[in-house]
Design a protein around this ligand. Sequence first.
Ligand code: SF4
Length: 446
Amino acid sequence: MTNLDNACASRPPASPLADAARIVLAGDAGARLLAGPPASQGRETYDQYRARVGALRLEGRDPRELRHTVRASGLLGRGGGGFPAATKFDVAADAPGTPIIVVNASEGEPASRKDQTLLALRPHLVIDGAQWAAHAVGADDIVVYTHRSHVAANAALRAALAERGDLAVRMRIVDAPETYIAGETSAVVSYLDGRGALPSRGVIPAARVGIARRPTVVNNLETLAHLALIARHGAAWFCEVGAPEAPGSTLLTLVGAVRQPGLVVEVVGPATIGEVLATYGGLHDVARAVLLGGYEGTWMSGETAWRAPIERHRLSALGMSLGCGVVAVLGDEVCGLAQTARLVTWLARQSAGQCGPCVLGLPRLSDELDAVVAGRSRRSDLRRLRELATSVRGRGACGHPTGVVALIDSALDTFGAELRRHLRGEVCAPSSALHDFPLPGEDVER
Ligand code: SF4
């Protein structure tokens, strides 16, 4: 079954929408996940939510019919992997044991704000999505896996849970380790099983055998918020926006040299990255370069970004990934290689310390890239860097090393002019704008 075997495959072409209707903010007309009060009003209370959406009604809903609706919707996971949500539900429902639902709210990507924003503004949508997921698979336990540093989001969640006397399945909050890889599904399961946030390359999916050997469905928070709406409005409604191959709206976080770093927008109609940045990033001209998909995403030139569609399948055909939805704009005064070297230094420290190519290879890659930026490398050194990257790619128990290599590869391709200058021994002036790409422990407000 492909993701085109859904209700979206046969929908009529969407009518053209004005720019402002295709890309929306919290409270705007046409918003889906962000429908409701504007962000300035903060958390939507249960009274407001119930008046707008209605109360949660699970009784009378056949779990199999619900799973079928999710399958028909074509909902893909929004944590970065783009895995069909229905597949996890089907596996868990058919596996022996009583399933557990994990709401992955850890958002370990330093530049991403979409999950925290959604939880801070629309906690009841997330709660309802988790309850629907539990109903669909017969789960009796829901864990919200979040970081204590997400202060506003966690406060909104606790306040929202205190308002709910109607929950069929109890929900408990677990504080996740604040590391980059702690949100990877196998690391989540490992941590909640008491073994530390250590990723593993298992052949048995967590949805079959997870926490305490029970079927465990780990879903990104945005995915569950979509589920809450699909359960109410149906698959056909969900497919009215997005592409047939990747239906539904998408949340993006705008970062870097934009008007309001950390702003979260919802894309509800066909749009390019350039249109998003022109509408809400405050950019009047094409940016120099954009890093798409987070710090293990891919760099692209501003020209490419301006034309790139915000559609997972079309980006994938171009060798890019929307990942967790981060769109990070490089400032004109910042060297793209210096920014990449800074990110790689941090990423190399995020290794969980259990696989040789990751533990040994990433620091060496970081050193090699630092040498390029410092003007100490020549062409032969660059060859060694590329060979090292090749030897690390695809190794290790998780995708961390491969993600770092993708970042470096795309930087070397995108910043060819800077690379040539550095290989001639030139060095860029230091720029405080490097910190426009936030890293934990620096100037990060979460
Ligand atoms: S590849 Fe790196 S981050 Fe992933 S499990 Fe191995 S050591 Fe940990």
